[in-house]
Design a binder for this molecule. Structure first.
Ligand code: CUK
Ligand code: CUA
Length: 658
């Protein structure tokens, strides 16, 4: 008997070993050679595919179960969220809730902590529950993405959010107390010391009232440096500060790196300080802000600014340290340089030696050399603007110009020494050489038509010190006739471009029907180490620490103290314990739920009719919500994730006795 048991065990082990070996040694099919298989050829013919189409399909088709090589983090525009996509498949992986409530993730529907986080941006009594995300910025170490955090701005309300890439969830929202809109945000310094935020439409600081006639005197812009505490994973408000800048409508910013480490750059497009007034017979803003041939690139030294702020040479305005303009000038923190006509993007080359500025109304990009900027500063080769800020001599700092086409907006880089610039009016991407010291070596190589009206473009790690090349993503504003009609509101069209091995070809069209992505960043997938479950049962993702309300199996209970009721619940397939919650009308209820599972993907949700509550409770997570039982009645609650065969049974009742 013993012996036969032993034999069975031996056979089992043998079978396990064999099957494991089998998995490891599955023969890879021989590489395809010659023509396509007959059935594939038939499909290609039937669908009228060209060789380019077949190439594109082969580059992007991702077999079932196979992971992508890169993550895209794309802003969701005025959906207020952040969208995560895979490359090359272009499959949407997640829509991360940031400034806007999202009920699948249980974001902004009752969960304690999230409501307070969203409230952090409130303006007076107005609860902000929308946003306009523009520029995601991955955290960097030595100028390279490190895969730890991503930041994103809310243009509409001058807010910045921090998202932790261990769980892809928003952890913090900060509001600039002196601005009501931002735009040149977010851009990180090379070691994520600061998250740069530039303002856009000038207002008096703190958006106080001042008639437009007092524009030059009272309206201002700000460049805010949000200090990031990497250990805590939070922006440190105490260490953050702003630099006051003229009311020139600052636009896109970028941080210097390597050769330009310590510097930051922001465009502007209303140096005219035009103030509108259509009904008074004045020209429209679009004409008024485009009168001059030149606007100003703002050049600021954030390292110096941090010293100035640390030395206390600041004014506290609405609780924020602000370096006033005269101080910024006196301390060598702020300079300007002329830049051609209504610039939009300012992008630093991977070596940090050059800043590429694209003028919306100029067919050129203008390249500034950082060493020339530093020399002009040392030589005091400048004139002063009306606010006393030095304007560096244009010819002294301009390094090169390349004529690219109509409506240049943004630029990005590959690993082969090429830059790429979006041409909004041409609906094209221009590829050009990053020339180096010789200004004549900066030249246009070729243009690729895209559909249609491209805004930003981004490339794999293309704004770091070491771009990957391989893929370029173009974010087109209009899609017009490219997809099946869906009514008058159309999706944006993201197009993936193959730039590997000298290729320059669109290989995928991806309609994005959940927002208007402005910008995106692309990171190598293996740099991100996302958790599959929270580190221990009873985890609070908002503090990234164990929750004081963690409830283990067997500890479930309901505590009552007068009209205060506290529920400690667990969720596990396929049961919510306790399942009867007996309340009296008017009770104040605090309810904690711990998902006691550790299995990958064993998520439970929670909704209860009539209470506007929606929670997502991921493996190990503890969530809390509160409500006052205002309306008597009988309210079923249930798990919202189809988690098991008996998921429908994963429910309970709340009774509110009159
Ligand atoms: S902006 Cu949208 S296309 Cu906000 Cu960066 Cu240029
Ligand atoms: Cu848990 Cu369905």
């Amino acid at each position: 008997m013993k012996r036969s048991l032993f034999l069975v065990a031996l056979l089992l082990i043998l079978a396990l070993v064999l099957s494991a070996c089998g998995r490891r040694t599955t023969p890879t099919p021989p590489p395809l050679s010659g023509d396509l298989p007959a059935n594939a050829m038939a499909v290609a013919q039937e669908r009228g595919l060209t060789p380019d189409d077949i190439y594109a399909a082969m580059k992007t088709y991702t077999p079932s179960g196979k992971h992508d090589d890169y993550y895209i983090f794309a802003s969701g525009g005025h959906s207020g969220n952040l969208i995560v996509i895979g490359i090359p498949s272009m499959r949407i992986l997640k829509n991360v809730a940031v400034f806007t409530p999202e009920s699948w993730q249980g974001y902004g529907y009752g969960e304690r902590g999230i409501e307070e986080m969203l409230d952090a941006g409130n303006v007076g009594d107005v609860k902000l529950r929308m946003g306009d995300t523009h520029h995601p910025a991955l955290s960097e170490t030595n100028g390279d993405y490190d895969g730890q955090f991503v930041f994103i701005n809310d243009k509409a309300n001058a807010r910045v959010a921090v998202i932790d890439l261990r769980d892809f969830e928003t952890k913090q929202i900060v509001k600039d107390p002196n601005l009501i809109s931002n735009h040149g945000s977010t851009f990180v310094t090379p070691n994520t010391e600061y998250v740069i935020q530039g303002s856009q439409y000038a207002t008096p600081l703190g958006w106080e009232y001042a008639p437009i006639s007092e524009y030059e005197e009272k309206y201002r812009g700000l460049i805010t440096l949000w200090a990031f505490d990497r250990e805590k994973g939070r922006i440190d408000l105490e260490q953050s500060f702003s630099i006051e800048v003229p009311p020139y409508w600052q636009d896109l910013c970028d941080a210097g790196k390597l050769a330009s480490d310590g510097w930051g750059f922001c465009n502007s497009f209303n140096t005219e300080m035009y103030t509108g007034g259509l009904l008074q017979g004045n020209p429209p803003f679009e004409a008024g802000v485009s009168q001059s041939d030149m606007d100003y690139l703002h050049i600021f030294n954030w390292k110096k600014a941090a010293q100035v702020a640390a030395a206390g040479k600041v004014e506290m305005i609405n609780g924020m340290r602000v370096i006033r303009m005269p101080t910024a000038v006196a301390e060598g923190v702020l300079y300007l340089a002329p830049e051609p006509k209504s610039p939009h993007g300012a992008d630093v080359t991977p070596d940090g030696k050059y800043v590429v500025v694209a003028g919306k109304l100029d067919p050129h990009i203008t390249i500034y050399a950082v060493d020339k900027i530093e020399k002009a500063i040392a030589d005091q080769n400048w004139e002063l603007d009306p606010f006393g800020v030095p304007v560096l001599d244009y010819d002294a700092v301009k390094h090169a110009q390349i004529e690219l086409g109509l409506g240049p907006l943004h630029s990005i880089f590959d690993n082969q020494g090429f830059g790429y610039t979006s041409l909004f009016l041409d609906s094209a991407v221009a590829k050009w050489t990053v020339g180096g010291d010789d200004p004549a070596a900066w030249t246009l190589v070729e243009k690729l038509p895209v559909q249609y009206n491209i805004g930003h473009l981004t490339a794999a790690e293309g704004d770091t010190v070491s771009p990957d090349g391989q893929y370029l993503l173009v974010l087109n504003k209009w899609s017009v006739d490219r997809f099946l009609p869906v009514g008058p509101l159309l999706p944006q069209n993201l197009q993936l471009v193959d730039i590997s091995n000298g290729n320059f070809q669109v290989i995928y069209d991806m309609p994005m029907g959940i927002g208007e992505p402005h910008n995106a960043q692309i990171i190598k997938a293996d740099k991100i180490n996302a958790w599959t479950a929270y580190p221990q049962i009873g985890w609070d993702p908002l503090t990234q620490a164990p929750s004081p309300y963690a409830t283990q199996l067997g500890e479930e209970r309901i505590e009552r103290d007068g009209n205060k009721v506290e529920v400690f619940m667990t969720s596990i397939r396929s049961r919510l314990t306790p399942d009867h919650i007996e309340l009296k009308k008017g009770d104040h209820v605090t309810w904690h739920i711990t998902n006691v599972e550790t299995a990958h993907d064993a998520v439970h949700g929670f909704q209860m009719g009539g209470q506007n509550v929606s929670l997502s409770i991921e493996p190990g997570e503890t969530v809390s919500f509160e409500f006052v039982a205002e309306a008597d009645g009988t309210y079923p609650f249930y798990c919202t994730e189809f988690c098991a065969a008996l998921h429908l049974e994963m429910m309970g009742y709340t009774f509110v006795e009159p």
